[in-house]
Design a protein around this ligand. Structure first.
Ligand code: AMP
Ligand code: MG
Length: 458
C-alpha cells in the first residue's frame, strides 16, 4: 500500500500538471472590496500609488532643528512653531518667521508622524532636552503661541529620528504580487496604500457529498435508532472555511450506485473539485469507488495510514466550459476540464485526518497560491508522557494533548482511547501525534513528532 508521503507527492504532481501557470493565466478574476479579499489569492500585482512615507516625517515626539543648528549639549534652540500629525508647520503663516525660512538655532515642536518642516535636518527627542523641566517651571502652562527656548540636555546628531520620504516603499514599486494569500498584515499594507479593492482568483467550487442510508441532516429528527446525523458535511465545511473556496453541498445520497453515479456526473458539470465521505471501504454498500471508476477514474486507492486507510484520489473530465474556473477562449474548441475527486472515509475522525493530510494541501495548491506562500504545517518535537501502543505497517495519527513547558520544550500526552470512532476524543485533543509507519510501541520519555491543530494555536 502506498505511504502517506508517496500519496501526497503523487497527488501534488498530478494536480501540478493541470493547475499550472497557464491555468492561472486563464483563470477568472474577481474584483472585491479589500476586506472581502482576506484569505483569498491575489490575482494581480499591486503597485504603490505613492512613496511611503509620503514626505519626511518625524519618528519621535520632540523638536525639529533647522539645518546648521549647533548640536552640542547645552545648546539653546528657539522654538517658533509646531508640526502636528496632519497639521504641518507652515512657514508662510507662522507669525514669528513670517514667510522666512527657519535659520540655524531655530526649531519646531514636532510629534511622531508629523511632517518635518522644510529647512530642518534632524529631530531631537523631547527626553534629550529640558522640555519637561521647562513645562514644570511654568506649571505646565507653557505658552506655545510665543517662541520659547529649549536646551539640548545631550548632544544631538544630524539626520536622526526622521523617516525619509520613500524610505520604505517607492511609488510604483510592486508591494504584493500575484499568487499572494492575503492575510491581515497584507490588508494593513494595502489599506495604508489606500487600496480599497483588489483582484482575486475566483474561488474554486468544491462539491461536498455524504453517502449512507443511515444519515440524517441536522435539524431533521432521527426517526429510528439506526440513524445518525451527517456530521461530515458540516465538519468539512468548517475545515474548508479557511480556504478560498465556495462550497456546493450535494447533501446526503443513499447507498445506491445509480443515484451516486448520477450525482458524480452532475457534480462534474458544476464543480472544480468534489469531496465525498463514506462508501470507499470494501463493504457491500460502498459504492463510491465503483461509481467514480465508471464516471471518471481512480488514480490512487487506499493509503498506509491510521485512521484513514480507505481513501480515493480520482478525477473526472468535462468538456463543457460553462461553469469552469477556466475562461472561455476565443475559439469555440471545447476545453477539457479535470475535476479532481477526493473520496474520504465515512468515519468522522478518519474524514478529518484525511482532509487535513490530503485534501487541504491539495486545495491550497489548486487555489493559485504561490508555492512559498502555502500555509506551513507546523510539526514540533515533544516528549511523550505516556506509553503508546502501535503496530508496525501504517503511519499512525494519534490524538493527544500538547503542552509547552516553562523551558520552551513540549510534552505530549496521548489520549487514552485511540479507537477511530471516538469523536469526543478528537474534540478534546489539540494535536495529532505522528508515529512512523515502521514504529511499533513507543515508551513514555520518547521524543515524537506532533502536529498541533491550527485552531489550537494563538
Ligand atoms: P462507511 O465508509 O460508509 O462504511 O462509513 C464508516 C462509518 O462512518 C459508519 O459508521 C458510518 O455510519 C459513518 N459515517 C459515514 N458517513 C458519515 C457522515 N456523513 N457523518 C457521520 N458519520 C458518518
Ligand atoms: Mg456507508
Amino acid at each position: 500500500m502506498i505511504s502517506l508521503q508517496q500519496l501526497q507527492a503523487a497527488i501534488k504532481e498530478r494536480i501540478g500538471s493541470y493547475y499550472n501557470a497557464q491555468f492561472y493565466h486563464q483563470r477568472q478574476k474577481l474584483c472585491v472590496d479589500l476586506l472581502q479579499s482576506m484569505g483569498c489569492i491575489l490575482a494581480e500585482d499591486i503597485t504603490a500609488p505613492f512613496d511611503v512615507p509620503r514626505q519626511n516625517l518625524s519618528s519621535m515626539d520632540g523638536f525639529a532643528l533647522a539645518i546648521g543648528s549647533q548640536l552640542a549639549e547645552g545648546t539653546h534652540i528657539e522654538i517658533v512653531g509646531e508640526s502636528q500629525a496632519g497639521q504641518p508647520f507652515d512657514a508662510a503663516t507662522n507669525q514669528h518667521i513670517q514667510g522666512q525660512s527657519l535659520h540655524a538655532g531655530q526649531g519646531v515642536r514636532i510629534f511622531t508622524g508629523a511632517v518635518l518642516p522644510a529647512g530642518c535636518d534632524t529631530v531631537v527627542m523631547q527626553e534629550h532636552t529640558n522640555f519637561e523641566q521647562l513645562k514644570q517651571n511654568q506649571q505646565h502652562n507653557l505658552d506655545k503661541s510665543q517662541p520659547y527656548l529649549i536646551t539640548l540636555s545631550q548632544a544631538a546628531k544630524s539626520n536622526t529620528n526622521i523617516r525619509q520620504q520613500g524610505d520604505e516603499i517607492k511609488a510604483d514599486e510592486v508591494v504584493l504580487s500575484k499568487g499572494k494569500r492575503l492575510n491581515p498584515t497584507d490588508i494593513s499594507l494595502l489599506a495604508n496604500l489606500g487600496v480599497a479593492q483588489v483582484q482575486i482568483y475566483q474561488p474554486l467550487v468544491v462539491g461536498l457529498l455524504a453517502t449512507g442510508d443511515e444519515l440524517v441532516e441536522l435539524e431533521q429528527p432521527l426517526t429510528s435508532l439506526a440513524q445518525i446525523y451527517n456530521s461530515n458535511t458540516p465538519t468539512l465545511k468548517a475545515l474548508l472555511s479557511e480556504l478560498p473556496v465556495s462550497i456546493k453541498d450535494y447533501g446526503i445520497l443513499k447507498d445506491d450506485l445509480a443515484e451516486i453515479e448520477q450525482c458524480l456526473t452532475t457534480a462534474a458539470q458544476q464543480c472544480d473539485v468534489l469531496i465525498s465521505s463514506a462508501g470507499v471501504s470494501v463493504g457491500d454498500y460502498d459504492f463510491l469507488t465503483t461509481a467514480i471508476a465508471k464516471v471518471g477514474k481512480i488514480n490512487h486507492y487506499k493509503v498506509a495510514m491510521k485512521p484513514g486507510k480507505p481513501f480515493v484520489f480520482g478525477e473526472m473530465q468535462r468538456s463543457d466550459i460553462k461553469r469552469s474556473a477556466v475562461q472561455r477562449n476565443d475559439t469555440d474548441t471545447p476545453v477539457q476540464n479535470t475535476i479532481f475527486y477526493f473520496g474520504l472515509p465515512g468515519n468522522p475522525l478518519s474524514a478529518v485526518v484525511s482532509c487535513l493530510q490530503l485534501v487541504m494541501p491539495s486545495l491550497w495548491q489548486m487555489s493559485g497560491v504561490k508555492v512559498d506562500d502555502v500555509p506551513m504545517r507546523l510539526t514540533v518535537k515533544a516528549t511523550l508522557t505516556t506509553d503508546i501502543k502501535k503496530s508496525t505497517g501504517r503511519l499512525d495519527f494519534q490524538r493527544g494533548i500538547l503542552t509547552q513547558l516553562a523551558d520552551g520544550t513540549y510534552q505530549v500526552t496521548a489520549l487514552t482511547s485511540q479507537q477511530s470512532h471516538r469523536i469526543k476524543q478528537l474534540s478534546n485533543a489539540n494535536c495529532l501525534i505522528v508515529l512512523d509507519k515502521d514504529s511499533g510501541n513507543v515508551a513514555a520519555g520518547a521524543v515524537v513528532n506532533v502536529q498541533p491543530f491550527k485552531w489550537c494555536l494563538a
